[in-house]
Design a protein around this ligand. Structure first.
Ligand SMILES: Nc1ncnc2c1ncn2[C@@H]1O[C@H](COP(=O)(O)OP(=O)(O)OP(=O)(O)O)[C@@H](O)[C@H]1O
Ligand SMILES: [Mg+2]
Length: 457
């Protein structure tokens, strides 16, 4: 038997025992009490009927008649005069009876009273009935009944009670065994299931346990198992793509470094190779930083330090910084924002968002294309639109564009070689700002990103 059902069983057994014992005790005492009362009443009634006979015909013959009658019954009679001197007894009387008939008595009611009722300790229970002849007190009828009989009656009763108690107890124990099994079995199954989970086996197979708390618990465990399974798969996928991503630049670095080592190589070509190695290393370290950021965002350890910022001047200062990169490629960048728009953002993180989007606009546009940033307000929200005239994104790729490592150009050629992390960082950063991002794009025409944020009043 397992611990929980043992605990449950013992508690239940304890409660049942207390209940059963108090019930039996109450029943036993009330049966015994009423039994003794009955006996005493019967004894008194018998004494009263002897009195009636005596009062009807007060003569010696009657005394004998009563004595003979009692000698044949379970009861005994002693008739005394009014000074408690014995006139006649139905059998040999003993010390115990003597004690009772010499007890001092006051005025006894006509229907008699009880002289002795302590059936446990005394040899007899007894009653007394007075009788009168011609209105004068003449004597007393003492009735006795041996307590031996009562005691054997009670012991028979006890015997019944004990057999009953044992039977009920056995029944209770059997019920507890079944009940605790039925109650604890699902719990134990769930315990085993979670143990399996913790060992990394997510194939949890729990039966439907109904609508109660146990059923809810089992459903939660199943959901947990599915989530864990999903997480594990996602992690494996993620690790696979990371290793894939790292391999590409590393292959370049290894290859170019190997060629550069050769003595017979031209200095200018060696310089060219070294700068490729430098670029690839830079790319790698950027990617490492991005991955680290994403990991922090996932774990929610990424602290967003928000403050009130005027969006237009904030955007203008970023664009000023980015402008050289645009002009270098012969592109244009315009900011359209004049109003006083206040938002609650982390300036450093939000700069990262804008930077990633503008970086994409440069990377995925041809020279002379225009890029614009505009700000609109709508019902307490601020809408930030970043629009380019670049190559656009095919419709089929749009749903995945915010996924980690997702790139439209799967070839990962060196010149367009981003890692595909930029947009996933943008999305997570915006979610941390309680903002949203949406994308509209047409292949060959351009792309627009719509960021919406809450405006500060
Ligand atoms: N403005 C854009 N125009 C056209 N295609 C885009 C644009 N922005 C993103 N994309 C496509 O979406 C893909 C994912 O963009 P994302 O910024 O996440 O990665 P990346 O630019 O390739 O690499 P990283 O930003 O990590 O250096 C890009 O590879 C590109 O194919
Ligand atoms: Mg990018």
């Amino acid at each position: 038997m397992n611990k929980i059902s043992l605990k449950f069983g013992l508690w239940f057994l304890g409660a049942m025992l207390i209940l059963e014992m108090s019930l039996f005790f109450f029943l036993h005492t009330s049966i015994v009490d009423s039994r003794i009362e009955e006996e005493l009443a019967a004894l008194q009634a018998r004494g009263n009927s002897h009195r009636d006979v005596l009062e009807d015909s007060y003569k010696e013959e009657t005394f004998h008649h009563i004595a003979v009658m009692e000698a044949k019954a379970d009861t005994e009679v002693i008739i005394t005069d009014q000074n408690q001197n014995i006139i006649i007894t139905s059998s040999k009387f003993d010390n115990e009876e003597q004690k009772i008939i010499t007890k001092e008595i006051g005025k006894v009611p006509r229907d008699g009273e009880i002289m002795e009722n302590r059936w446990k300790s005394e040899k007899y229970i007894s009653t007394i009935t007075p009788f009168k002849i011609n209105q004068n007190q003449k004597g007393y009828v003492y009735m006795f009944r041996s307590t031996d009989q009562i005691q054997s009656l009670i012991s028979r009763l006890n015997h019944h009670f004990i057999t009953g108690a044992i039977m009920i107890l056995t029944l209770i124990i059997i019920t507890i065994l079944f009940l605790s099994k039925a109650l604890t079995k699902p719990l134990i199954r769930m315990k085993l299931a979670t143990e399996k989970l913790s060992k990394g086996d997510f194939s949890v197979n729990l039966p439907d346990m109904g609508d109660d708390e146990l059923g809810e618990l089992s459903r939660s465990i199943k959901i947990l198992a599915e989530d864990l399974k999903h997480l594990k798969e996602e992690r494996n996928e993620f690790l696979a793509s990371i290793s894939h991503e790292l391999r590409t630049p590393l292959t370049y670095i290894k290859g170019y470094a190997d060629v550069s080592r050769r003595k017979d190589i031209d200095e200018t070509i060696r310089d060219q190779y070294l700068s490729i190695i430098f670029e690839e290393t830079k790319k790698l370290s950027d990617m490492m930083k991005d991955l680290f950021d994403l990991a922090k965002l996932d774990k929610n350890t990424f602290v967003i330090d928000r403050m009130e910022v005027e969006l237009c001047s904030f955007l203008n200062s970023i664009c000023e910084k980015m402008l050289p990169a645009f002009t270098e490629k012969g592109m244009e960048l315009a900011v359209e924002c004049k109003k006083n728009v206040n938002v609650l953002i982390d300036p450093m993180r939000f700069e990262q968002v804008i930077f990633n989007l503008l970086d994409n606009a440069i990377k995925y546009s041809e020279p002379h294309a225009k890029t614009s940033i505009s700000v609109k307000r709508d019902k307490g929200m601020v809408l930030l639109i970043i629009k380019d005239e670049g190559r656009g994104i095919p419709k089929g790729d749009l749903p995945y564009i915010f996924d980690r490592f997702y790139r439209v150009d799967k070839s990962r050629s060196r010149d367009t070689g981003g890692s595909g992390l930029g947009l996933s960082i943008v999305k997570e950063l915006l979610e941390a700002h309680e903002g949203t991002i949406e994308i509209k794009s047409e292949q060959g025409k351009g792309t627009a990103f719509f960021i919406s944020l809450k405006e500060l009043p």
